[in-house]
Ligand binder design. Structure first.
Ligand code: HEC
Ligand code: HEC
Ligand code: HEC
Ligand code: HEC
Ligand code: HEC
Ligand code: HEC
Ligand code: HEC
Ligand code: HEC
Ligand code: HEC
Ligand code: HEC
Length: 312
C-alpha cells in the first residue's frame, strides 16, 4: 500500500538532487566527466560533442536511472546520448539538414525500437502485439526522458494524469462517489494493469479472467463456495464497476434495482412495488439501507450448509 507513496517521496528526493546537481554546475564546479569508454564507432561522435551544442541535456539525465554517472560500464554510458538518439556524426556535421531520432516526430515503431533495444525483457516482453503497440502508442506518450514530472519517468505528475490524456472516461471515474483508491494513492493504474503488454484480457496483470484479477487482492471472494451465485462466477463486473461508480461499493446500480435486473419473481415478491405496503416491515426492508443485502448477506456465495439463499 505504501509503495506508491514511498516512490513519490523518493522521486521528490530525486528532484531535490536534480536541483542540487544543477546548482553545483552553476557554482562553477567541474561536472562529472563523461566516461572515456566511448569506443569510436562509425557514425558516432560521443556525448561530449552533443553537449557541446546542446547545453545541459546531460544534467537532465543525471538524477534519473539513465544517468551515466556510476553506470560507466553500461551500454547507456558507452553510447551516451546516441544510445537513444542513434549515431549522430552526420547531424553534428550539418544539424540543419540531418536530424537524429526525434522521438515526438518519428513513427511509433522507430521511436519505440530505440527504447526496446534495452527494455525488452520481463515486464516489457509482451509489448509487441499489445493493445498500445497496435495503436501506435509510443513509450514517450507516457514517459519523458529529459523532463519527466512523475515517478518512473512519467510524463505527467501521476499515472492517472498520464493516462487521462487518452482514457478520460476511465480516469474520470476516480471522481465518482465510490472508486478504486487510485486518487488516494493506495492503488495505481498499474496495480491492476501492465500497460506494456499482457497475455490477459484488458492488459490485466493477473488472471486470465477479470474475476481472477479481482480475487488476487480480494481473496475471500475467490471461492469455490458450497453455494455459488451464478453472476459472481461469471464476472465481478456484472455488479461492480472496476474503476468506480456513484453507488455504494462501486455497484453498477443501486440496490434493490441491481438484484432486480435479474430477479423479477421469487417466493417473496422481490420487486418492492409488488404487494408493497408501508406496514409490512419485511417488504420495507427490501427498500431501505442495504436493501436485499440486509437479509441476503452472502451475495458472493456461501459455505453454510443452509446457505442456498445466501442468507448466511
Ligand atoms: C554543431 C552543433 C550540434 C551538435 C554537435 C549536435 N547538435 Fe543536435 N542540433 C543542433 C541544432 C542547431 C539543432 C536544431 C536544428 C533545427 O531545429 O533545425 C539540433 C537538433 C537536435 C535534435 C532535435 C531537436 C528538435 O527540435 O526536436 C536532437 C534530438 C538533437 N539535436 C540531438 C543531438 C545529439 C544526440 C547530438 C550528439 C550525437 C547532437 N544533437 C549534436 C546542433 C547540434
Ligand atoms: C534514454 C534515452 C535518451 C537519452 C540517453 C538521451 N535522450 Fe534526448 N531525448 C530522448 C527523448 C525520449 C526525447 C523526447 C523528449 C522527452 O521525452 O523528454 C529527447 C529529446 C531530445 C532533444 C529535443 C528537444 C526536446 O527536449 O524535445 C534534444 C536536443 C536531446 N534529446 C538531446 C539529447 C542529448 C544531448 C543527450 C545526451 C546528453 C540525450 N538527448 C540523451 C531520449 C534520450
Ligand atoms: C542503452 C540502454 C537504454 C536505452 C536505449 C533506454 N533505456 Fe531506459 N533504462 C536503462 C537502464 C539501465 C535503466 C535502469 C534500470 C534499473 O535500474 O533497473 C533504465 C530505466 C528506465 C525507466 C525506469 C526509470 C525509473 O525511475 O524507474 C524508464 C521509465 C525508462 N528507462 C524508459 C526508457 C525510454 C522511454 C527509453 C527510450 C526513449 C529508454 N528508456 C531507453 C537503459 C536504457
Ligand atoms: C500507456 C503508458 C505507458 C507506455 C506506452 C509505456 N509505459 Fe513504461 N511504464 C508505464 C507505467 C505506468 C509504469 C510504472 C509501472 C510500475 O508501477 O512499476 C512504467 C514503467 C516503466 C519502466 C520501469 C519498470 C521496469 O520495467 O523496471 C520502464 C523501464 C518502462 N516503463 C519502459 C517503457 C518502454 C521502453 C516503453 C515502450 C516500449 C514504455 N515503457 C511504454 C507506462 C507506460
Ligand atoms: C497516447 C494515448 C494513450 C495513453 C497515454 C494511454 N493509453 Fe491506454 N490505450 C490507448 C489506445 C489507443 C488503446 C487501444 C484501445 C482500443 O483498442 O480500443 C489503449 C488500450 C488500453 C487498455 C486495454 C483496453 C482493451 O480494450 O484491452 C488498457 C487497460 C489501457 N489502455 C490502460 C492505460 C493506462 C493504465 C494508461 C496510463 C498509464 C494508458 N492506458 C495510457 C491509448 C493510450
Ligand atoms: C482494481 C483494479 C484496477 C485498477 C486500479 C484500474 N483498472 Fe482499469 N480495468 C480493470 C479491469 C478488471 C478492467 C476490465 C473490466 C472492465 O472493463 O471493467 C479494466 C479495464 C480498463 C480499460 C479498458 C476499458 C474498456 O472499456 O475496454 C482501460 C482503458 C483501463 N482499465 C484504464 C485504467 C486506468 C487509466 C486506470 C487508472 C486510473 C485503471 N484502469 C485502474 C481493473 C483496474
Ligand atoms: C491490486 C489489488 C486490488 C485488486 C486487483 C482489486 N481491488 Fe478492490 N480494492 C482494493 C483496495 C486496496 C481497496 C480499498 C479497500 C479499503 O478502502 O478498505 C479496494 C476496494 C474495493 C471495493 C470497495 C470496498 C468498500 O469497502 O467500499 C470493492 C467493491 C472492490 N474493491 C471490488 C473489486 C473488484 C470488483 C475488483 C476487480 C475488478 C477489484 N476490487 C480488484 C484492492 C484491489
Ligand atoms: C450479484 C452481484 C455481485 C457480484 C457479481 C459481485 N458482487 Fe461484490 N458486492 C455486491 C453487493 C450487493 C455488495 C454490498 C454488500 C453489502 O453492502 O453488504 C458487494 C460488496 C463487495 C465488496 C465490499 C464489501 C465486502 O464484502 O468486502 C467487495 C470487496 C466485493 N463486493 C468484491 C467482489 C468481487 C471480488 C467479486 C467477484 C469475485 C464480486 N464482488 C462480485 C454484489 C456483487
Ligand atoms: C446478472 C444476474 C443476477 C444478478 C444481478 C443477481 N442475481 Fe441472484 N441469481 C442469479 C442467478 C442466475 C441465480 C441462480 C438461479 C437458479 O439457480 O435458479 C441466482 C441466485 C440467487 C439466489 C438463490 C436462489 C435460489 O433459488 O437458489 C439468491 C437468494 C439471489 N440470487 C439473490 C440475489 C441478490 C440479493 C442480488 C443482488 C445483490 C442478486 N441475486 C443479483 C442472477 C443474478
Ligand atoms: C427480510 C429479509 C429479506 C429481504 C429484505 C429480501 N429477501 Fe429474498 N429471501 C428471504 C428469505 C428468508 C428467502 C428464502 C425463502 C424461502 O425459503 O422460501 C429469500 C429468498 C430469495 C430468493 C430465492 C427464492 C425464490 O423464490 O426465488 C431470491 C431470488 C431472493 N430472495 C431475492 C431477493 C431480492 C432480489 C431482494 C431485494 C429486492 C430480497 N430477496 C430481499 C429474505 C429476504
Amino acid at each position: 500500500m505504501a509503495r506508491p507513496i514511498t516512490t513519490a517521496i523518493l522521486f521528490a528526493f530525486a528532484n531535490l538532487m536534480a536541483v542540487a546537481v544543477a546548482n553545483v554546475g552553476a557554482a562553477g564546479r567541474t561536472p562529472e566527466p563523461f566516461p572515456k569508454a566511448q569506443a569510436p564507432q562509425s557514425g558516432y561522435v560521443g556525448t561530449e560533442t552533443c553537449v557541446g551544442c546542446h547545453d545541459n541535456y546531460d544534467t537532465t539525465l543525471t538524477p534519473t536511472k539513465h544517468g551515466f554517472k556510476g553506470n560507466e560500464r553500461t551500454p547507456m554510458a558507452q553510447k551516451g546520448c546516441e544510445s537513444c538518439h542513434g549515431p549522430g556524426a552526420a547531424h553534428a556535421d550539418d544539424p540543419e539538414k540531418v536530424k537524429p531520432v526525434q522521438f515526438p516526430k518519428v513513427a511509433a515503431d522507430v521511436a519505440n525500437a530505440q527504447c526496446q533495444s534495452c527494455h525488452n525483457r520481463g515486464e516489457h516482453a509482451l509489448w509487441d502485439g499489445s493493445q498500445h503497440e497496435n495503436r501506435n502508442v509510443k513509450c514517450v506518450d507516457c514517459h519523458s526522458v529529459h523532463s519527466s514530472e512523475g515517478a518512473t519517468l512519467m510524463r505527467a505528475k501521476t499515472q492517472q494524469l498520464t493516462c487521462a490524456r487518452c482514457h478520460q472516461a476511465i480516469t474520470n471515474k476516480q471522481q465518482r462517489f465510490n472508486h478504486m483508491p487510485v486518487r488516494e494513492g493506495a492503488l495505481t493504474c498499474s496495480s491492476c494493469h501492465n500497460v506494456h503488454g499482457s497475455v490477459n484480457v484488458k492488459l490485466l496483470r493477473t488472471g486470465t479472467t477479470v474475476d481472477q484479477s479481482c480475487t488476487s487482492c480480494h481473496t475471500e471472494k475467490r471461492g469455490p463456495f458450497l453455494w455459488e451465485h451464478a453472476p459472481v462466477v461469471d464476472s465481478c463486473t456484472t455488479c461492480h464497476d472496476s474503476h468506480g461508480s456513484n453507488n455504494e461499493r462501486m455497484l453498477q446500480a443501486k440496490l434493490p434495482f441491481l438484484c432486480q435486473r435479474c430477479h423479477v419473481t421469487s417466493r417473496h415478491p422481490p420487486t418492492v412495488y409488488e404487494g408493497f405496503t408501508l406496514q409490512n416491515s419485511q417488504n420495507a426492508n427490501k427498500l431501505f439501507g442495504k436493501s436485499c443485502a440486509n437479509c441476503h448477506q452472502q451475495v458472493h456465495g456461501s459455505n453454510h450448509p443452509n446457505g442456498k439463499f445466501f442468507l448466511r
